[in-house]
Design a protein around this ligand. Structure first.
Ligand code: GDP
Ligand code: ADP
Length: 495
């Protein structure tokens, strides 16, 4: 097995080199992955029918042909012995055992498509995708995700091509396959095949990009889950740790409730919402299982939430995802984002509708990268809703004796981070010609000076700034005739 595997990887490299030698001047190949029954074949068929620029890489398999499948068109059906001989002869670019059978892409299959001047489409499993990623074949990798496991099962059973045991095996494998979207740098895009027409439109756009020679939307390979752009990848590992000082280490992600010494009984009933409408309030209701009908028009829209790893930010993510929005959760701590993802999936949120991004909103390059990462996941989309929630309070901030570092940290996060995120979101909306909603999470401390005697004035000042910035944004938008909705939320203390 070990020998076979090393042969396989060497063969893969060689095959990739050969293939890339021939395809160097050709558009990128398109690698389509996803669990059995998700609709890969259906989407690929439509893509091939819509354009003659693609050619299907006909794989070898040791499984039985299904009714209607043609040898040499859908698969090269072969025996285990012949397949193993092919592996040993280095004939495969990649191969894997899937659902108890061998599947593999031969070098020749890829060469044949290239020789016809076409861009190659590979319908392969996750193991194969990993191998191709390591090969020299230039490719765009797309994972097709199901809207839910229930729907996947419905499609698999509805297709009526497998026995009950085969369906069970495919469903069991599906979980691990879906988990592979966590792998950094494996996929360039994740599509949710919920509505077939919409998924096809998205795939077509991606395919056009691939034909134009772009991989991964032109920004290189990034992880799709816990995505990072090059700017964040360059950051030293230590900076991925929370910047919260040890005195606040038990406090999770910065949030409005982090205000120093803010122990006054500011209950949420005190919270004020300054807005012409109450979308965010409705979202809050959804978090408690009461989905408000007025949220329907936001379904499918993209909401970016900063400070998403705890408290209000976490709850807002749950609420918005529960209401059918696609949620981009931004925070510094990877483990908390992973926990949020798990919580959302457990609540039935399609994994493809959630994009966690490790990002420090005080770092301009990371904030500027956010729209690029989002469009990579959802090519048609952009930021429709921005919830500027990240904010922190620091002890040691008294005006007579406090530390400059505390003040800088508060201004950087509560004010500058909010401004940079707002600017990038508005520019992204402008680019698409579609304006949405900016929601700034301020605090009751933005309406009065909270706990000044305990050094709370500076924090209050930053929240007063948020109030001022919210109104300023509203006036700027009105002057520029931008149909942008601007909201300020002022929660009291939350736990
Ligand atoms: N690694 C690899 N996987 C393949 C290849 N051809 C097909 N597969 C994958 O094998 C799995 C089973 O394919 P198939 O038997 O056609 O069943 P279906 O996906 O349920 O229609 C799917 O995940 C395919 O993407 C190949 O050449 N290499
Ligand atoms: N968006 C969709 N909504 C409903 N059914 C779908 C959708 N996409 C595909 N299907 C159906 O699901 C079944 C599985 O699709 P198929 O293309 O065979 O999946 P795969 O190639 O990924 O195994 C087929 O019966 C197909 O018609």
């Amino acid at each position: 097995m070990g020998a076979a595997q090393s042969t396989q990887s060497v063969a893969g490299e060689q095959a990739g080199a050969q293939a890339s030698g021939q395809t160097a001047s050709l558009p990128s190949a398109l690698v389509i992955c996803g669990p059995s029954g998700v609709g890969k074949g259906t989407l690929i068929k439509r893509l091939m029918e819509s354009s003659d620029k693609f050619g299907f890489s006909c794989s070898h398999t040791t499984r039985e042909a299904r009714k209607g499948e043609e040898h040499g068109k859908h698969y090269w059906f072969t025996s285990v012995e012949k397949f193993e001989a092919g592996i040993n002869a280095g004939k495969f670019l990649e191969h894997a055992r899937v659902h108890h059978h061998f599947y593999g892409t031969s070098v020749k299959a890829v060469e044949d498509v290239a020789a016809a001047g076409r861009s190659c489409i590979l319908d392969i499993d996750v193991q194969g995708a990993r191998q191709v990623r390591k090969s020299h074949l230039r490719a765009v990798f797309v994972f097709i995700a199901p809207p839910s496991m229930e729907e996947l099962e419905r499609r698999l059973r509805g297709r009526n091509t497998e026995s009950t045991e085969q369906v069970e095996a495919r469903l069991a494998n599906a979980k691990a396959e879906i988990a592979s979207i966590q792998e950094s740098e494996l996929y360039d895009y994740i599509l949710c095949n919920d509505n077939l027409d919409f998924a096809f439109q998205q795939l077509t756009n991606i395919a056009q990009r691939a034909l134009a020679g772009q991989t991964g939307n032109g920004v290189g390979s990034t992880a799709v889950t816990l995505a990072q752009d090059s700017a964040t990848q360059d950051r030293p590992a230590t900076e991925e740790e929370p910047l919260i000082k040890s005195d606040a280490a038990s406090v999770p992600e910065p949030s409005p409730s982090d205000a120093p010494g803010q122990r006054a009984p500011e209950v949420t009933a005190e919270a004020s919402v300054q807005d012409t409408q109450t979308s965010a309030a409705s979202a809050g209701e959804a978090a408690h299982g009461r989905q408000h009908p007025s949220m329907d028009r936001w379904r499918g829209k993209v909401a970016l939430v900063t400070g998403a790893s705890s408290g209000i930010g976490w709850a807002v993510c749950e609420a918005l995802a529960g209401a059918g929005l696609r949620v981009v959760a931004v925070a510094r701590r990877r483990d908390r984002l992973e926990a949020l993802q798990q919580a959302l999936v457990a609540q039935g949120v399609p994994i493809a509708d959630f994009l966690p991004i490790v990002c420090d909103i005080t770092k301009e390059a990371e904030v500027v990268a956010l729209p690029r990462i989002i469009v990579k996941r959802w090519p048609e989309a952009g930021i429709d809703v921005l919830v500027n929630n990240a904010g922190l309070g620091r002890d040691n901030a008294a005006l007579c004796s406090g530390s400059t570092a505390s003040w800088v940290e508060m201004v950087s996060t509560n004010v500058l981070g909010l401004c940079m995120a707002t600017r990038e979101a508005v520019q992204d909306m402008k680019r698409r010609g579609e304006y949405g909603h900016i929601i700034n999470v301020s605090s009751m401390a933005g309406h009065r000076i909270a706990n000044a005697a305990q050094g709370g004035a500076f924090y209050s000042a930053t929240k007063h700034a948020v109030k001022c910035l919210t109104e300023g944004l509203r006036q700027e938008a009105r002057a520029g005739k931008l149909p942008l909705r601007v909201t300020e939320l002022s929660p009291g203390q939350v736990n």
